[in-house]
Every structure is written in C-alpha cells, then in structure tokens.
Write a protein that binds this ligand. Structure first.
Ligand SMILES: Cc1cc2nc3c(=O)[nH]c(=O)nc-3n(C[C@H](O)[C@H](O)[C@H](O)COP(=O)(O)OP(=O)(O)OC[C@H]3O[C@@H](n4cnc5c(N)ncnc54)[C@H](O)[C@@H]3O)c2cc1C
Length: 510
C-alpha cells in the first residue's frame, strides 16, 4: 500500500536498507526485523559481518584484529548486556565485583618497563609519571561547556602543564630526562586510545564529553566476533547481502522497483556491481573514514554543505595492532603488560625524522595474551602516521624491525625474534580507512549531532530518507562498540516511531 502524507512517500510496508554490517548495522537490522511490516535488507561490502569487530584464528587461539575490550562492562553497557544474553562471558567478567570497578578510562600500569638502552625502568618512577599524566588528563574534562579554552588541544594543554611541573622537579638531569621519555610513551598510548596521530589534534573543550561506564574492561574468551555472529544468525534468512559495496545513494527522487511498478521510492541505492535497490529509507552505518573519502560520490544529490563540512572537520585516525608469536616467552610468567620507553624522547620536543627510521618508536609496548596452544603471543599497539606507514611495510620488514627493537630494549642481542607476525591494517582497509573517530580541533560534540541528523532536514519533503548511524555518530560513546550499537538502535527506533505515529494518524483519518 502506498500513499502520500504531507509530501511523504507513505507505505505500510516500507523498504528499509541498512548499509554496513558492523555492530551498528546489525543492531539496527535486528530491531527493524522485529517490527512487523518492515521490509529490511542489509547491504555489506565485504564477505563477512562485524566490520571493526574482527576476531581471527591464529597461533592456535583467537586474536582480535579490531575491538578488544568491552569498555565499562556493567549494566548500562548494551554490549555487556547482549554478551550476557548470548552467554558469551566468563564468571569473572559477569561478577558484580568486576562491574563495580571504576578506572576512569585509564589503562593499567605495565608489569615491566624497558628503556631503549636495554635497562629496566624503575616501576615506581613509571607509576609517579602515570599519576602525573592521568591527573593532568583528568583536568582536561573541566573545560567541557566552557565558551573558551586556554589552548585548542588536549596535547597543548598537557604540554603546557608539564612545562610548569618541570620547573618544580628536583630530580637530577638524568631522571628528569627519563621522566620526559616515560611521559612521551603515555602521550603515544593516549594517541592509541583516541585513535589519532597527535594529541595536538584532539579538541580540548569537548574532550570531557566522552563518557565512561563503570566496570573493569573485559574481553571475549572465544572472540568479540562471537557477538556479531550471534546477532547475524538471529536475523531472518536473506536479510543480509554480502559482497554488495554501495557506490551511490540517490535521494530526493522518485524511483520505481521493477517488481512492484506501482510503488514509488524516494531513495535508490546503487551497488558497485550495478544492482539497484529502491527504498523508502536508508540507514548509513559506514565508517567516518569511508565517508571522508567517498562522500562526494556516495550521495547524489551531494550532502548538504553543513553535513559535508562536519565530515571533513571530525577526526578519524589510525590505531593498529601487531601480534608477535614466540616459541618461548622472554618475559616473566606473571607479566601482563610490557612498556617501551624511548630515551631522549620528550612530548615537549617535536621529532623531525624520516618515518622509515623512527616509525617503531611510536609503538607503546605490548600486552601479553593468554598462552595459546604452543605459542606465546604479544600484542603491540601503534597509532598515527607511523602506524599508517607500518601498513605499507612487508611482514618481514616489520618482523625484522621489531626483533631489533626487542633485542635493544631487553639488552639481549641474541634474543630470538618472533617466529611469525600478524597485524591489522585499518588505514588501508577500503571500507574503513582508519580506526575510529575523535573530536578534532575545530570540531565539537554538536558536529557529531549534525552528522547523526537524518536527511532531508527540510520537514516539508519526504522525511528520513537517509539516516546515519555508526560509532562516529554517538556524542558521548564515539569510538566504541557500545556507542556504535546504541547509534544503530537509535536510528531503527526513529523509523519505528515514525511509522507507529503514522499508523496512529491513519487510524484517526479512517
Ligand atoms: C584496532 C581497533 C581497536 C578497537 N578497540 C576497541 C575496544 O577495545 N573496545 C571498543 O568498544 N571499541 C573498540 N574499537 C572500536 C570499535 O571496533 C568500533 O567503534 C565499532 O566496531 C564500529 O562499529 P560500526 O558498526 O560503527 O562500524 P564498522 O564496524 O566499521 O561497520 C561498518 C560496516 O560498513 C561496511 N561498509 C563500508 N562501506 C560500505 C559500502 N560502501 N557498502 C556497503 N558496506 C560498507 C564495512 O565493511 C563494515 O562492515 C576498536 C577499533 C579498532 C579499529
């Protein structure tokens, strides 16, 4: 049935397309499919669902190429709730005790800290420096909602504060230098957390808007992708179409479907393979990185100036993981995290060198993964341009560079290097183009809301033709899986409310 309501294409059985099968898209599709009468189809560019949730079998176990932790696993976290529902969490992760722990978003301290000259760094010193760094980082939250900030970025704020502290340090010169090098590692770690090249790119004012939930971050023993697999299999058959990269979304039109020639649709989605899908509504969940690269060809007509502008301004950087597989561990059995401190570095000094000579200095260290079948595996984290450069190297080049690094930091020139490596390449991934979003200098939380606004914004024409979901559209939980899931639910609910109120209005007219 079709009609027109206030200029809107009205159908009791609207066709809704979801673009992207990450957790935002799957979450939206799940809700829409539960609503009677909606014809829902999900188009995914690749041959799998999950997007940036990606677990791979490797080294006789499972490793996370993308999302690693449930951040803040407690009752208000929808990922935690869904994981509980599907029975994917262990006793410890589910415990009340675990849910109550508050860490304020700060990663735990390392079990061992190696310096680039092969010495163990005193862990008490590392703890003192961490306390300073996180105290200053917590201060950045105080600028939320202030009309003006003393400096534009989180990086500048931290550096100015460190400058002031430096003059009060009574340590000898050597210790002062070491403290700055440790601080440099914490800056690099924060780049991994924010998924940016430099904290100088992250806006100070809105930084405190990112919300943290209680609960000690936890992992999925069988892999994060178990969650998206459960969501995927809960959908009716044939809802998901794989290998369907969307090329263009034509909107504000009047399109026909050859199978139901009487019906008119305001939107038509065209895939790379030429197949066309007319629809009443499209929920776009592609990553911000993809939007940045393709927005001028993805939408026809082009996005309104205001939305295109925020897509350009918002931040989307790279954080990658490098897994190293060893025959035998060179670390102690109780070691959980290895920190790497590059001596003679400082957050107060800009490095000017060729990326190929220094890329590995951006690697903050490694977490020790639980022992696998017959392998011992470290997972390193690296962000920024150095991370993007790393993606261009061969496995052998990365393995060889990191073997040199490990020999250097352990002071053991005979140390056996990793027997194999595996790494993510999120910047080169054509349907992602980076890792996750941050609020960049020149941008704000309002821009996130603008990105999330459905099109067209003009209420006289057909409503909600294109809706936007995905982690980058969640104002307080951007960059997370729970933010992505909530955004998918938000847009599905928007359509459900529209049709529920529409049905009510039609009833009154009868
Ligand atoms: C290295 C890394 C570590 C992370 N760690 C964590 C963590 O520990 N905890 C956490 O909460 N979050 C983490 N995240 C972030 C988290 O993974 C994401 O926020 C979340 O998975 C994003 O979900 P999404 O549905 O918005 O996007 P995506 O998962 O990117 O899904 C988008 C989908 O759209 C598809 N697509 C793109 N273009 C097209 C097109 N033209 N046509 C059709 N389909 C298209 C893509 O193939 C993809 O499947 C991490 C991310 C990375 C990269």
């Amino acid at each position: 049935m079709e009609g027109s309501s206030g200029g809107r294409f009205y159908s009791r059985n609207p066709t809704i397309l979801v673009i992207g099968g990450g957790i935002a898209g799957l979450g939206a599709a799940q809700r829409l499919c539960r609503h009677q009468g909606f014809r829902t189809q999900l188009l995914e560019a690749t041959d799998r669902c999950g997007g940036r949730i990606r677990s791979e079998s490797a080294f006789g176990g499972v490793v996370e190429i993308g999302a690693h932790w449930i951040h803040g696993p407690s009752k208000n976290n929808p990922i935690f709730q869904l994981a509980l529902e599907y029975g994917l969490l262990g006793e410890k992760e589910m415990s009340e005790e675990n849910q109550l722990i508050e860490v304020g978003g700060h990663p735990g301290l390392p079990s061992v800290s190696f310096s680039s000259s092969g010495k163990d760094v005193d862990l008490k010193l590392v703890e003192d420096v961490a306390n300073l760094f996180y105290t200053l980082l917590d201060q950045t939250r105080e600028f939320l909602h202030m009309a003006e900030t003393p400096v534009a970025s989180v990086g500048e704020f931290l550096k100015e504060a460190i400058h002031r502290h430096l003059s009060e340090w009574t340590d000898n010169e050597e210790t002062k230098k070491l403290k700055l090098s440790i601080l440099n590692t914490f800056f690099n770690l924060e780049c991994c957390v924010s998924g940016c090249h430099s904290m100088d790119l992250v806006a100070l004012g809105p930084f405190g808007e990112y919300a943290m939930l209680p609960g000690l971050d936890c992992t999925f023993t069988e892999g994060y992708e178990g969650l998206t697999n459960c969501m995927m299999t809960s959908l009716p058959k044939n809802v998901i179409l794989f290998n369907k990269p969307v090329k263009t979304i034509l909107w504000n039109g009047s399109f026909r479907d050859e199978h139901s020639p009487k019906e008119r649709f305001p939107v038509q989605v065209e895939c790379e393979d030429g197949e066309k899908f007319p629809a009443h509504h499209v929920i776009v969940t592609v990553p911000l990185g993809f939007l940045k690269e393709k927005m001028t060809t993805l939408f026809s007509p082009q996005l309104p100036h205001r939305k295109a502008d925020v897509i350009r301004k918002m931040g989307f950087g790279t954080n990658n993981k490098i897994f190293l597989e060893f025959e035998a561990p060179f670390w102690e059995p109780d070691c959980q995290q290895i920190q790497v401190v590059w001596e003679d570095t400082s957050p107060l000094i800009d490095v000017r060198a060729e990326l190929q000579d220094i890329w590995f200095q951006k690697l903050v260290g490694f977490i020790v993964l639980p022992p696998m079948e017959s392998a011992y595996v470290l997972c390193g984290f690296i962000a920024g341009h150095e991370s993007e450069f790393m993606e261009t190297l061969s496995d052998e080049e990365v393995r060889s560079s990191l073997t040199q690094v490990l020999r250097r930091i352990t002071g053991n020139p005979q140390l056996s290097g990793p027997r194999s490596i595996l790494r993510s390449k999120w910047h080169s991934a054509p349907y992602t183009r980076g890792s996750y979003s941050y609020v960049a200098v020149g941008s704000s939380g309002d821009d996130i809301d603008i990105l999330a606004q459905p099109l067209p914004t003009d209420s006289l024409s057909s409503q909600f033709q294109i809706l936007f979901a995905g982690e980058a559209t969640h104002r307080t939980f951007y960059s997370t899986t729970h933010g992505a899931l909530l955004s998918g639910w938000r847009e599905a609910d928007r359509l459900i409310s529209l049709y529920d109120s529409e049905t009510q209005q039609q009833k009154f007219k009868l």
